[in-house]
Design a protein around this ligand. Structure first.
Ligand code: FAD
Length: 483
């Protein structure tokens, strides 16, 4: 039976990759708990339903972006958005979750009452505002704004006579066939879009302010294919998942510790396809690897498009849009029919939900993060946030194991409230950003709005798997207070 507005043991906000993972774990470990997934959109799938631009695909491999409980069995390890969405739907079907999903429900506000030990939610629904309450709130709302992407103010935009498209709102069926297209940006979206559009377009020009580190890799994992034949899907999946998890962390550590050694093979692979001049001019960032997100170029597709003359790169600052396209500060004119603004995501904090505890507004940016999964002094709340330097899911699954253990502990103790509590000394700890070691503008700009890290555990938010695992393996840290 579908849950109707009223009380649930758990409300999961968001029915994307994280919300589905949370629901699977909850159902398996706590079958007696009632729960609902409130999803603001008309469909589930989150990121993998929202983005529909040509070529949309994962940036990390599906052995680690996929769930530990559901082997990825497709040939491609770097998978299309559509196949990831299918996989999420399969997970929902296999775990019988559809009846728990309530679509078209946007959670705007959540009020915790210490008296009734529950959250009261203000939820916009198709029929008006719905009253939901829950004992535990799980925020799986992702990290960016579903209402629109980041769009810098470009001078002269209004005079452009062609079409402007933001990848977050890609019009159905548009592939830019026969047109000249500029793609503004140098992140994962631009790097995906350029070769995909180049298949049909007359010419695609990637216009970037500055270069990004890119790594060429095959989208098919040959070892995984061989192992599948030898030991079957599940065993192969588990082995490759573990191998990739270790590889991702190892590569990240190498990049941070020995950046010059790390850069060398990346640069050589690019030069093999487009030569040294193009690599030096357009693919040599001024920062160190992983100061900003490293992007994947599967099978070198971007560079093959450049080598064939179907794509080009212009590196520099845009002075203005013109009626025909763009003029760079160098004076170079980029004349096109279509401009795609792959200028990124607008980040938001925990689904833009206003949180209140006993009538007091929670200023999330003033709070400390508890292990990257909860907020200081906010009871019965989990915030699901994955890795940015490795597959998102690897962290989400640790979050879910931790959260499940918290619920079990609450049952053992017969308590209704769990809260990470700061000591008076900890309140005065130095406040460090939510994430350290990142320099991407869009992330840095958002750090003020996110909870802060303190000086020591458990007030930390590591991005290294082993550290996260160690931090999330301990409930008895003296800060998590059950009452
Ligand atoms: C184009 C693109 C490619 C990516 N590729 C990778 C990759 O290869 N590897 C990787 O690790 N990560 C990747 N990411 C990051 C990606 O977002 C995560 O991997 C993962 O999909 C996040 O899942 P999620 O469920 O946490 O968030 P989302 O997918 O963002 O889902 C959140 C859900 O919550 C809903 N929601 C939000 N606020 C509310 C609210 N207030 N009320 C109700 N519902 C709400 C949203 O509508 C959405 O359905 C990519 C991101 C993008 C944008």
């Amino acid at each position: 039976m579908e849950p109707s507005p009223g009380h649930q043991d758990v409300v999961i906000v968001g029915a994307g990759l994280s919300g589905i993972a949370a629901a699977v774990q909850l159902k398996a470990d706590h079958p007696g708990r009632s729960f609902v997934m409130l999803e603001q959109r008309a469909e589930l799938g989150g990121t993998w339903k929202l983005f529909r631009y040509p070529g949309i695909r994962s940036d990390s491999d599906m052995y680690t972006l996929g769930y530990a409980f559901k082997p990825w069995t497709h040939e491609k390890a770097i998978a299309s958005g559509a196949s990831i969405l299918d996989y999420l739907h399969e997970a929902v079907d296999e775990h019988d979750l559809a009846s728990h999903v309530q679509l078209g429900r946007k959670v705007r506000r959540a009020d915790w009452s210490g008296e009734s030990h529950c959250w009261t939610l203000e939820v916009d629904a198709p029929s008006g505002v719905e009253p939901w309450t829950c004992s535990f709130l799980y925020l799986a709302a992702g990290y960016y704004d579903y209402d629109g992407g980041n769009m810098p103010e470009f001078p002269g935009l209004g005079q452009f006579e062609g079409t402007v498209i933001h990848p977050q709102e890609w019009p159905e069926g548009v592939d830019c066939a026969g047109q000249r297209v500029a793609v503004i940006g140098s992140g994962a979206t631009a790097i995906t879009l350029v070769p995909a559009l180049a298949e049909a377009a007359d010419k695609v020009i990637m216009v970037q302010r500055s270069p990004t580190y890119v790594a060429i890799d095959s989208d098919v994992d040959e070892e995984a294919q061989r192992l599948r034949k030898e030991v079957g899907d599940r065993e192969a999946f588990e082995r490759i998942r573990l191998r990739n998890l270790e590889l991702q962390q190892e590569r990240y550590q190498t990049a941070r510790t020995w950046p010059e050694e790390f850069k060398k093979p990346l640069f050589e692979a690019i030069e093999d396809i487009v030569g040294r001049e193009v690599r030096e001019k357009h693919f040599t960032p001024s920062y160190q690897p992983w100061d900003q997100r490293l992007c994947l170029v599967p099978n070198g597709d971007l560079f093959h498009a450049i080598a064939k003359g179907r794509a080009d790169v212009v590196t520099g600052h845009i002075e203005t849009f013109t009626p025909q396209g763009l003029r760079m500060t160098s004076g170079e004119e980029v004349n096109v029919d279509v401009v795609v603004t792959a200028t990124g995501l607008k980040l938001v904090t925990f689904g833009k939900i206003d949180l209140y505890v006993d009538g007091e507004h929670v200023d999330v940016g003033e709070c400390f993060t508890y292990k990257g999964v909860a907020i200081s002094d906010v009871p019965n709340l989990v915030t699901a946030f994955g890795y940015l330097n490795s597959s998102w899911t690897l962290r989400i699954e640790l979050v879910n194991e931790f959260w499940s253990a918290v619920l079990s502990r609450m049952d053992e103790l017969g308590v209704r409230e769990v809260r990470p509590v700061l000591t008076p000394e900890e309140v005065a700890m130095e406040r460090r950003p939510w994430m350290t070691g990142v320099t991407s503008g869009y992330l840095v700009r958002h750090m003020d709005d996110m909870p802060k890290q303190g000086d020591y555990a458990p007030w930390l938010n590591p991005q290294v798997h082993e550290e996260t695992k160690a931090l999330l393996s301990d409930l008895d840290d003296g800060s998590l207070t059950f009452r």
